[in-house]
Design a protein. Structure first.
Lengths: 293, 293
């Protein structure tokens, strides 16, 4: 048999593994991401947890059917929920994270050496275990001696804590599943009471494009409790609509007027999204977003 | 036969029309949009043209397989490519639009009464015809007496025009298909020569998230020609990655320093995205975007 007898497919079917993750935002629009490998699927006491390895975004943590983080873009959300309040308040020493089981917010907070103590309250121990295993670069600070980890419902913890915090970060999943209670007015009220007189709270507050009604309600609840409530925006490619909102709620400091450029420069933070221009620009809202507030 | 004999499906198959438009950005990530109805499909001399009616975004114009506009979000792109240069230059009287066959940029330009003449050069007459038929609210100003419409390749037109413009807007499709020549250095150079001494050019410059290499090349080309080149960003939900970049290239005026707040207020523009805060904030770039420039 010479070479001419060989039977070879001219165009081999190279792509027989053709698996896509699709996240529908409202049954009418979705983001589709091609998957290399499914790494983990499990059920905790609270929710379904999946880890998928994707072609473009690297590994992805999916809670309750929604992308929480991907290796490629998690820096955006975590930098923006952390550094915006940290450069608004002049001296955060005692901070509380509610949720944030992947560890990204904790990693960013730890970059600020002024912080003496961080309490993190995560309802679902399994999320932290899975994150430590599959996202070691994100979940890298849970063993830091400054960190006190509490496995409890944040809404219950905040009712009875006797500590006072300079900063509370609500790094929750969406208001379905285990995070529903973290969007209520009474929860925000307990947070207000647990803050020092110049304390700040930040929270992720969903997509102002797809979740208009939820955004309206969240800001109404926040404004009933806090004297200063400002929305800021970041672009997160793997979140619904990519336009993501955060609330900065404050008892005293204004995030733009009280921003300290020198302190920012001195800390010499390594960030991929956040910078001093973004700190101010992110509070400028398009008209269709302003209308929600 | 009494009612108990009736055979009725308990859960009727209500959703048997289940058609999705999927636009893959890099073979690994895509946006999927549920379609109500396919309204038009045709081939012009230059490209395939489709109009689909979608559940969430309304009617969508698709050129060469990419979404150009949707009824729900076209305002963002058109406001941003038009009003940012219009409030940078103090007195635009003679403007040139290259591309922009859907008419949205023209509609926004016409809102500025100072403009005396607008020349629009569109290579594909069919795009304008289809837009007039299916998007009458977007393509509404083609018959305005201030407008001179030329059906020609913009790259050829600009070589031989003897007019001088205050503003050139390059409202092109992506650098595949008929728009390739609108991203070259020699094209930008001809544009420079066709501008008055204080003229401004704006152009859409692709996604800084998905098209990093293209963005780098475009800005290198622009910076070789114009003394002032600044990137600005807007969030367009139906464009790849939703983060969209524009270049403001100027011979004299700086878009932030020369922004005239009073002129903006006096014109009392009705916009859904653009406002005076956004004008300044859109030039603040995340670190991962700055690195491209």
């Amino acid at each position: 048999m010479d070479n001419n007898d060989k039977v070879i497919l001219e165009e081999p079917v190279s792509d027989f593994w053709n698996v896509w993750y699709s996240e529908l935002h409202n049954q009418e629009v979705g983001l589709s991401i091609k998957i290399k490998k499914m790494l983990y699927s499990g059920e905790s006491e609270f929710q379904r947890i999946d880890v998928l390895d994707s072609c473009y975004f690297g590994k992805m943590l999916i809670l309750y059917g929604s992308i929480m983080i991907t290796e490629k873009d998690e820096f955006i959300y975590h930098e923006m929920i952390t550094h915006v309040p940290m450069f608004t308040h002049p001296d955060v020493r005692n901070a509380l994270i509610i949720g944030g089981g992947d560890g990204g917010t904790l990693r960013e907070l730890i970059k600020h050496q002024s912080i003496k103590k961080i309490t993190q309250v995560e309802i679902d121990k399994k999320v932290i275990e899975v994150s430590k295993k599959y996202f070691p670069e994100v979940a890298k600070e849970f063993d830091n001696p400054k960190v006190k980890l509490v496995y409890e419902d944040g809404a219950e913890f905040i009712k009875k804590t006797e500590e006072k915090y300079d900063l509370i970060i609500i790094d929750s999943s969406d208001p379905v599943g285990p995070a529903i209670s973290l969007f209520s007015k009474s929860f925000y009220s307990y947070c207000f009471n647990a803050l020092n007189d110049d304390g700040i709270l930040t929270a992720q507050t969903e997509s102002p494009f797809f979740n208009k009604n939820e955004v309206r309600k969240i800001y109404k609840n926040l404004k009933d409790i806090f004297p200063i409530v400002k929305m800021y925006l970041a672009y997160v490619p793997t979140y619904p609509s990519s336009l993501w909102s955060f609330a900065l709620c404050s008892k005293k400091y204004d995030p733009v007027e009280d921003f300290d450029n020198n302190r920012y420069k001195n800390l010499n933070l390594k960030t991929n999204y956040y910078n001093c221009d973004i700190h101010k620009a992110c509070f400028s809202l398009p008209n269709f977003v302003k209308e929600l507030l």
